[in-house]
Design a protein around this ligand. Structure first.
Ligand code: PGA
Length: 254
C-alpha cells in the first residue's frame, strides 16, 4: 500500500504559503533570513500575497530562493476587477502559483474545472502551478479520501501529459490545515501513492507531490522519508524563519 511507483526520489521542494499574513516590516525580516539559504537537495520557495511580490522579488533576486503567488486568474487580461493575470505575476519574477488551495475551493467556491483552468493559465505563461488537492474530515471518515482526490485531479489530468509533467501537486488534507493535526507519514504516503498512480497512468508519474497540513520542523523529516512525499507546502510554520529553515534542512537530508 505504501510502495512508490518510482525508484528514484525527486528533488525535495519546501514551499511556504504565507496566506493573508505579513507586513512590509515583518516580511523584510523574514525574507532577509531566508535569502542566504543555499539549496542543496531541497529547493525553497515562498508564495506571498500579491502586494508583496515586488518586495519578495527585491529581497530574493539572485538567491536560490524562488517566489510565487497564491492564486492566478484564468484570464490573460481585461475587465476582471480584482483579478491578477499570469503575465502580471511573471512581471514580478514569479516562478510559481498555487491553484486550488482548499481555502479558495471552500471560501471562493472554486470548482475542480476552474482549478484546472487556472493551472492551464499558469502554464501558458511559463509559471509552474502547484495544484492543491485534499479531502475534508467527513470525506476521510466516509472512506472517500482517494476518490475525492481523484475527482479533484480529473480535469487537471485531462490537460494531458505534456502539461501535467510541468506542474506540482500538493496533497493537503483539509482537516490537517492550520489545525496542528498532521496526517501521519503513512496516511499521507497512502494518498501520495494513489496520486502517483493516477499521474503515472497518463505518463506523468515523476512530478513532485508535496504534502501540506501542519508541517513543522518536528514532523518534516518523517514525512520526507516517505517514498512519494517530495516536499512540503507550509503555512503557519513558513512565517517563522528558523522553523521554515529547519523544515528545509530536513528536506536537504531526505
Ligand atoms: P498549515 O497550512 O501549514 O498552517 O497547516 C498549510 C497550507 O494551507 O498550505
Amino acid at each position: 500500500m505504501t510502495t512508490a511507483s518510482n525508484n528514484s526520489k525527486r528533488q525535495c521542494l519546501v514551499m511556504g504559503n504565507w496566506k493573508m499574513h505579513g507586513t512590509l516590516a515583518d516580511n523584510a525580516k523574514l525574507l532577509a533570513a531566508l535569502r542566504p539559504y543555499a539549496s542543496k537537495n531541497a529547493a525553497m520557495a515562498v508564495c506571498v500575497p500579491f502586494p508583496y511580490l515586488a518586495q519578495a522579488q527585491d529581497a530574493l533576486k539572485g538567491s536560490s530562493v524562488t517566489w510565487g503567488a497564491q492564486d492566478i486568474s484564468v484570464h490573460s487580461h481585461g475587465a476582471y476587477t480584482g483579478e491578477v493575470s499570469g503575465a502580471m505575476l511573471k512581471d514580478f519574477g514569479c516562478r510559481w502559483t498555487l491553484v486550488g488551495h482548499s481555502e479558495r475551493r471552500s471560501m471562493h467556491a472554486e470548482s475542480d474545472q476552474l482549478v484546472a483552468d487556472k493551472a492551464r493559465a499558469a502554464l501558458a505563461v511559463g509559471l509552474t502551478p502547484v495544484v492543491c488537492v485534499g479531502e475534508s474530515l467527513a470525506e476521510r471518515d466516509a472512506g472517500q479520501a482517494v476518490a475525492v482526490i481523484q475527482r479533484q485531479l480529473a480535469p487537471v489530468l485531462a490537460l494531458g501529459a505534456d502539461s501535467v509533467n510541468q506542474l506540482v501537486v500538493a496533497y493537503e488534507p483539509v482537516w490537517a490545515i492550520g489545525t496542528g493535526r498532521t496526517a501521519t507519514p503513512e496516511q499521507a504516503q497512502e494518498v501520495h501513492a494513489a496520486i502517483r498512480a493516477a499521474l503515472s497512468a497518463i505518463g506523468a508519474g515523476n512530478i513532485q507531490i508535496l504534502y501540506g497540513g501542519s508541517v513543522k520542523a518536528a514532523n518534516a523529516a518523517s514525512l520526507f522519508s516517505m517514498p512519494d512525499i517530495d516536499g512540503a507546502l507550509v503555512g503557519g510554520a513558513a512565517l517563522i524563519a528558523d522553523e521554515f529553515l529547519s523544515i528545509a534542512a530536513c528536506g536537504d537530508q531526505a
